[in-house]
Each structure stands twice: as structure tokens, then as C-alpha cells.
Design a protein around this ligand. Structure first.
Ligand code: ATP
Ligand code: MG
Length: 773
């Protein structure tokens, strides 16, 4: 047996050694799924499979790079760098470049990032003279995004009255028109947004059988990590490409599906066996990452979810220390606790900063952590904030580069046509935009042909416009022979960008120049790196694509030693010896926005499972007693998730009795009753929780979340009401209903009620807040 195969256990080795066929590995966190994918690729190559025939799809490009390195070290083969390995977006952007002409796109198409897309949508809303408070551009963007990810094109949208009606009902009857305009404008600009990269790949594979066959033959072996978080569009691409050879290996964990809000579809994992012939299913059960306490605590949480595949996760690792729970006064104290705990742990155990991660539910929580870490002089790095490439000065340089590669790129043009200032005012730009829309041409083309067009622009401005166009054209010519670095360097100087920042003279201005220098270094590295690759050239187009698809995670070279700060969503797949999960409070985690239905709450719980299972040695959970939310100081309550962990795995730094005890009012909103998935309240000498009337604030929140239902305010717990079959009742969320059946006794007494708004529900009377009518 090859020696590297000995680095796998029997269960892991089986899917690695099965060279052909369809297989799925379903297993809990830390059980070696990603390791299986890595070793499987190494094994395929050792059996003579050409890396050109292997396609591996990962959650981040950084993960792909690390896997490539590991593979190269195993097979000792420099060919590993020719593997097609990366995120869905980066892999299929590459494929689309080769095939762009078939879809009517230039091969140097621009990739619009979220900011570009949102700016364009915002401009369209303005041009259509719509109310921007009704048509909020971010909402419109995410709606269009979800259409694209469900493969609902503009044509499909207008063929579907239900969709149009739904948008009309949400007071946005003209959403379809915005969608159409947006798509037209992107096309005209030679630009694809993130969702297009998947949508257009689907279109390409569907419409052009020869292209499909070409890539089916190329990608004979396909592997997908984190399969539980693929969306419909991604699913279809994988399905199409693997259909011929059916050599497909997907790995995932349904318990870690945390992107449903972005369209991830857990059914992709559940239905895998139906999609392919002779699917082999593998399970891994041994966790290598975490201590037994962490593994068992995580198991005790995920058990509370109803929708899940049954899985066993155990570990041969030591028990380790218990999970530390601490309550702090406010977020400032929370930050100070975390910072000093990191400090002490480092001192006691001779650790590096990189051994620590602070995870939170929302980005806003990072500020208090940063403040505290800075005071302690502990270096840290925030992932997922404003990425380097989105900083203004960087985006300005990049916009020039984008424009010289693709002059039709309107978002780039609008950004730089008058920056640095060259006397081209907004009125002129508006006139040009209107004309461009009229002629179905880009603004750049309009300027090129300005003398033939009937447009009221004075000769002075015309000169400025033509100077601008000529400057861009000269860059384009330079780009034909020079490498990306030379072009970028020329652009930064010739456009006056650097001079503009130098004039500034403030420390911020200096920092901006340094950032541009860093960008230039990055381009140089990139050019050098690409030259080594067989199917890359180090061109500006390649660099811009890399930048557009870089997640913040990808920039991390790992060579500086810092504490990592990130949202739990970003932490998927990663591991750290010490993990602090902060803000463990009701309404924050689980998020108030995600408590409307059982499935939303279960997704929050999976998120907590992901968070906890990142920890190798030690996990900390912290919550505060009060926290500023929406500008108001509110009383915070410990997250139900803390209480859901079996207490034998917890170590409370504050006496447990100190817990503020508040029965939750929301416990009956999940439709059916399943006590195991409801909040597990702490038993108090066996007595039921006291009857509790929701406060005005809680009611206001409920109303806000569920605007469709009328909310009676005089509702209290059903405790004390003698409820009988046939009674008419009113419920805070489901409205009026008739009691069909009552069963159970005491604490377990339930009523089956037929509600006008919600159909038939079973409610636990102990929690349900019903009013007898
Ligand atoms: P996640 O669900 O979080 O993505 P995973 O199932 O992908 O986790 P890996 O990241 O592949 O798990 O493995 C978890 C850790 O355990 C890694 O540090 C990995 O190197 C280690 N590991 C996995 N299998 C073995 C093994 N057989 N022997 C030693 N270490 C292992
Ligand atoms: Mg993994």
C-alpha cells in the first residue's frame, strides 16, 4: 500500500480507493471529508489519471490552493498545479471565458462584484423614476439574485404569472422590468455578475451539446466538497458535467448546511442517490479534530434538530476541558474578557495568535472585539469585512484596468470618467447614459461617435471626453504587448491617480498610496505565478478575474501570526485550537430574523454546530446582560443554545443560579410541537414556568416579523384556561381557530387546532398563548 494511504482510517480509505462510479460521503464535522477528497485526487493521479481530467469544487479558493499543495506533496508531482480546482465561481468563470462568444459575450467580459451590481440597479431604479424607499436596491438585487440561482431568466419570469403577482403583492410590480433592464445593461456592458457565472454556465451546457460533450469528456472525475451548501444552479452544472462518466464524488454534512438563505438546497444531498446509478454511500464516524467534550457537546446540540440524517460522531481524542461559559455586563466587557483570556492562554500554553479564533453571528460584533484586542496589543485579522479590493483607491485603479480591457464596462467607466477630476460633470454623464440606452450602445461607444450624434454638449467638454477615450485606448494598445504589472503601473501614474493622492498629504492619503503599492506588488506576484501554469498567461484579464472572485479568505497567506475574527458562516471547513463564540444571546444567536419557522431555527442551530465544531482543544461561549441593538440598550438573555448543551460538558464561570430566568414567548410558533427542538428551559424544582405575558416590546417585535397577521394584544398563556374540543380560540400568530382534539396531561397537554391562517397545528398548552373566544 502506498504510504499516504496509511494516513487514512479504513472508512476514509474506502471512498479513496473506489476509483470509478458515483459516491457520496456523508459525515459529521472533523471526520476527514476534506481529507478524503484530497487523498482521492492524489490516488487518482497515482493511478495515471491526468490532472486535466479532474475537476474539484471547493468552498474557497484558499482551500483549493492548500489541497493542491498537499496533493503535490503526496504524489510528488508538479502537475498538481494543473488541476482544475477552486470555487464554482472561479472555475466556471474560466470556462465561460473560453466559450464566451457562443453566448454573445466578449472573452474579456468583466465580472461585476456586488457593489457594481447594486450601483447599476440603483441607477436603473432612478432612471425608471421609481420610489427608492419601495424599491430598495439591495432588496431588488437579492431578489434578482435568487431568480438567477433558481434559473428563472427574464423570459421565464414574464412567463410566470405567480412570480409577477408575488412581486406585485410585495408592492414591487415593476421588479420584472428592473430585472430586464439590469440584464440588458449587463449584457451591453459585456459584464456578468456573480450569479451569471452559474446561470450562463447552465445556459452554455444546455444550449450547446458540443460544448457539454467537450467538458464532459474533459472532466472525467469530479469532486465536490461541502456539497450540502450547493444551490440549484450549481447542482445542475455538476449533474450535467458528470452525466456521461458518472465518476463523481461528493462529500458533505447535512448538519452543516448553513446557506439556505442564499438558496442552498439540502435536497441536493438527500437526493444524490436518486440522481446517479449505483451510488455508493460512505459514512465516516471518527472525529479527529476536537476533544471528546467538544464532540459530545456538539452532538447534544444537533440532536435537537428534527430534520437531519442520523449520524454517529465519536472521537478517540482526550476528554479535554469543558466548554467555558461566561456572562459579561456588556460588549465592552465581553471584548476585554476574550482578549485577556487569549492573552493568558498564550502565556500559559506557549501558543501563537493564529491558534485563536473569535466567531460571531453578525459582522457588527467585531468592533468591540477589535477594540479590546488593540488595547492588549494582540494582532488580529478580520475576515469578510470590506475586502482589500473594495477599498476606494484600489477599486479606482481596478476600474481603469477593467475599462482598458473592456471599454463597454459601464460601472468602471462611471467610476473613473471624472476621477481624478477632469471637468466632466454629472449632467454630461447623464446625457451620455440616456443616449447610450437609446441606441443600445455603451457610453464609451457613444463618446467615440459623439460628433455624429445629436447631443447638446459644448466643444470644451467634447474635447475632455475625447481625451479620456484616447487615454484609455492607449492603455489598451499597451496591454497588447506589456504584462499586467507594466500596464497597471502605467495606469496608476498616467491617469493622475497617484498625484491626486499625493496632493492629499494626510495620513489617510499616504495609507492609500501604500495600498496601491500593495496592489502593484500583488499584480507582480500574480504575473510570476501564472507564468508557471500551463493554461494561463499572466494577462490582465486573468488578474482581474482573480480579483473579482477573491474572497477575503483567499488573500490570507498565513505567514503572519494573527487572531482570526470572522462570522460563523465564513468559518465553515476551518479549524482552530481555541475558539471563542461571542454574543450567545437570544435574538442575536439565534437571530431574531430567523425564528419564524422551525426550519429557520434549525438552520441557526446548525450554524451553532458549525461554530462549536471548529474548536480543537477548547471552546468558550460568552453572552452579555445588555447590548446595544438598533441604537437602544436592551436586556439580553442567554441563547437557548447554551442551555441545549448537556450541562456535563459546560463549565460556568458565573453561578448558574444567577441566570436570569425568562420563559420564552416564542416557543409555540413552530407549528407542530416537538419538545426536543423547543427551548429547553432549566427545570426549577419540577415546577412549570410561571405564566408569562409578552411585554409590549416583544409583541412589537412579533408584529414586525409577521405583518400579515393581526395581533391581538390581550393574549396570555393558556395556563388556567379550561380548554375543550369545539372551543373557538385566537392565537397570536395563527389567528382564529377551532379546537379539534385535546390529549396528554399536565405539562404534556396538547391541543390540535384548526387555524384560519395556519391550518391544523398541534400546540403544547403549557407554552401556547391562546385566547378563548
Ligand atoms: P468539516 O466538516 O469541518 O469540513 P471534515 O470532515 O472535512 O470537517 P477534515 O478537515 O478533513 O474534516 O479533517 C479534520 C481534521 O482531522 C484535520 O486536521 C485532518 O487533518 C485531521 N484528520 C482527518 N483524518 C485523519 C486521520 N485519519 N488521521 C489523522 N488526522 C486526520
Ligand atoms: Mg471539510
Amino acid at each position: 500500500m502506498e504510504s499516504y494511504l496509511a494516513e487514512l482510517n479504513d472508512a476514509q480509505r474506502a471512498p479513496v480507493l473506489q476509483k470509478d462510479g458515483a459516491m457520496i460521503v456523508i459525515a459529521g464535522a472533523g471526520s476527514g471529508k476534506t481529507r478524503v477528497l484530497t487523498y482521492r485526487i492524489a490516488y487518482l493521479m497515482s493511478k495515471g489519471v491526468d490532472p486535466f481530467n479532474i475537476l474539484a469544487l471547493t468552498f474557497t479558493n484558499k482551500a483549493a490552493r492548500e489541497m493542491k499543495k498537499r496533493i503535490a506533496s503526496i504524489v510528488g508531482n508538479s502537475e498538481a498545479k494543473n488541476l482544475w480546482m477552486g470555487t464554482f465561481h472561479s472555475i466556471f468563470a474560466k470556462m465561460l471565458r473560453f466559450e464566451a462568444d457562443k453566448l454573445g459575450y466578449p472573452s474579456n467580459f468583466t465580472i461585476y462584484d456586488t457593489q457594481d451590481s447594486q450601483r447599476l440597479i440603483s441607477a436603473i431604479i432612478k432612471e425608471m423614476a421609481l420610489d427608492k424607499d419601495v424599491y430598495k436596491y439591495k432588496q431588488v438585487y437579492s431578489r434578482i439574485s435568487s431568480y438567477k440561482n433558481s434559473l428563472i431568466t427574464v423570459k421565464a419570469y414574464f412567463a410566470n404569472p405567480e412570480l409577477m403577482e408575488a412581486d406585485a403583492m410585495s408592492k414591487k410590480p415593476r421588479l420584472g422590468e428592473i430585472y430586464k433592464n439590469y440584464v440588458d445593461r449587463c449584457f451591453k456592458a459585456g459584464a456578468m455578475d456573480f450569479d451569471d457565472l452559474l446561470l450562463k454556465t447552465n445556459e452554455l451546457l444546455n444550449r450547446f451539446p458540443d460544448v457539454l460533450h467537450k467538458y464532459q469528456n474533459r472532466f472525467r472525475y469530479i469532486l465536490v466538497d461541502e456539497y450540502q451548501d450547493t444551490n440549484h444552479s450549481q447542482y445542475l452544472i455538476v449533474k450535467a458535467l458528470s452525466d456521461k462518466f458518472q465518476n463523481i464524488c461528493v462529500v458533505g454534512d447535512d448538519a452543516q448546511s448553513i446557506y439556505a438563505f442564499r438558496g442552498a438546497n439540502i435536497n441536493n444531498i438527500l437526493n444524490f442517490q436518486k440522481d446517479y446509478e449505483n451510488v455508493q454511500m460512505y459514512r465516516l464516524e471518527q472525529n479527529y479534530r476536537s476533544t471528546r467534550n467538544i464532540v459530545n457537546a456538539a452532538n447534544s446540540i444537533i440532536e435537537k434538530n428534527k430534520t437531519k440524517l442520523d449520524k454517529v460522531v465519536w472521537t478517540a481524542n482526550d476528554d479535554g476541558t469543558k466548554i467555558v461559559v461566561n456572562r459579561l455586563l456588556n460588549d465592552g466587557e465581553e471584548g476585554r474578557f476574550v482578549a485577556s483570556s487569549i492573552f493568558e492562554n498564550k502565556m500559559q500554553n506557549q501558543l501563537n495568535n493564529g491558534d485563536f479564533a473569535i466567531l460571531y453571528r453578525t459582522n457588527a460584533q467585531s468592533r468591540a472585539m477589535e477594540d479590546a484586542l488593540r488595547k492588549r496589543e494582540i494582532p488580529y485579522r478580520i475576515y469578510g469585512g470590506l475586502s482589500f479590493y473594495q477599498r476606494k483607491e484600489i477599486k479606482d485603479v481596478l476600474s481603469y484596468l477593467r475599462l482598458l480591457v473592456n471599454p463597454n464596462d459601464e460601472e468602471a467607466l462611471k467610476r473613473v470618467i471624472n476621477y481624478p477630476a477632469r471637468g466632466i460633470g454629472q449632467t454630461t454623464i447623464d446625457k451620455l447614459t440616456i443616449l447610450a440606452n437609446q441606441y443600445g450602445r455603451s457610453i464609451f461607444e457613444v463618446i467615440e461617435n459623439i460628433d455624429q450624434l445629436n447631443i447638446k454638449i459644448n466643444s470644451g467638454t467634447r474635447n475632455k471626453l475625447s481625451n479620456f477615450v484616447n487615454m484609455i485606448k492607449s492603455f489598451t494598445i499597451l496591454n497588447e504587448n506589456a504584462d499586467a504589472f507594466t500596464v497597471a503601473d502605467t495606469v496608476a501614474r498616467k491617469t493622475g491617480l497617484i498625484q491626486e493622492l499625493k496632493k492629499d498629504g494626510t495620513p489617510e492619503g499616504v495609507a492609500r498610496i501604500e495600498n496601491i503599492e500593495e496592489l502593484m506588488n500583488g499584480i507582480k506576484d500574480f504575473v510570476e505565478g501564472q507564468k508557471e501554469l500551463a493554461d494561463a498567461t499572466g494577462s490582465l484579464t486573468e488578474f482581474l478575474e482573480d480579483v473579482a472572485l477573491a474572497t477575503d479568505m483567499d488573500k490570507d497567506t498565513g505567514d503572519d501570526d494573527r487572531v482570526a475574527l470572522m462570522t460563523i458562516h465564513l468559518a465553515k471547513g476551518l479549524e482552530f485550537p481555541f475558539v471563542y463564540i461571542v454574543g450567545m444571546e437570544e435574538d442575536l444567536f439565534p437571530s431574531a430574523m430567523s425564528m419564524n419557522t422551525r426550519s429557520e431555527l434549525e438552520e441557526e442551530r446548525r450554524l451553532f454546530y458549525v461554530a462549536l465544531t471548529r474548536a480543537e482543544k477548547q471552546a468558550y461561549l460568552t453572552y452579555t446582560q445588555s447590548r446595544y441593538r438598533w441604537g437602544k440598550l436592551i436586556d439580553a438573555e442567554p441563547s437557548r443554545f447554551i442551555e441545549e448543551i448537556e450541562s456535563q460538558f459546560l463549565d460556568y464561570m458565573v453561578p448558574q443560579d444567577d441566570y436570569k430566568y425568562k420563559p420564552l414567548i416564542d416557543t409555540d410558533i413552530f407549528g407542530e410541537v416537538d419538545k426536543s427542538s423547543l427551548r429547553q428551559t432549566k427545570p426549577r424544582s419540577g415546577s412549570p414556568p410561571p405564566a408569562h405575558k409578552p411585554s409590549e416590546e416583544q409583541l412589537r417585535k412579533l408584529r414586525k416579523l409577521r405583518p400579515a397577521t393581526s395581533v391581538p394584544t390581550n393574549i396570555s398563556h393558556t395556563d388556567g384556561i379550561k380548554l375543550e374540543e369545539g372551543n373557538e380560540v385566537e392565537h397570536i400568530r395563527f389567528g382564529k381557530g377551532v379546537v379539534l382534539k385535546i390529549d396528554g396531561v399536565g405539562q404534556d397537554k396538547k391541543a390540535e387546532i384548526d387555524f384560519q391562517n395556519g391550518g391544523i397545528k398541534k400546540l403544547l398548552l403549557r407554552f401556547a398563548k391562546l385566547k378563548l373566544l
